[in-house]
Design a protein. Sequence first.
Length: 71
Amino acid sequence: MEVDITTLISLLAAPLAAGAAYGGVKVGMNGMRRSVMQIEKIVNRLDDKVDTHSERIASLEAETSNLKDHR
């Protein structure tokens, strides 16, 4: 059975396209994974800042309450 070059190219086109698509998706997913990790770091820093501010506010509220009680 003889296979000419046109048939061979047409048979290889689909697997090559699928491989290229897979590679593109894999690169995109790796980029997305890095973005999610960066977002997680930012959210954790914001959470820490909110905790710190909450502690300061609670402390100020306690001091204010103590000052009002001493009047």
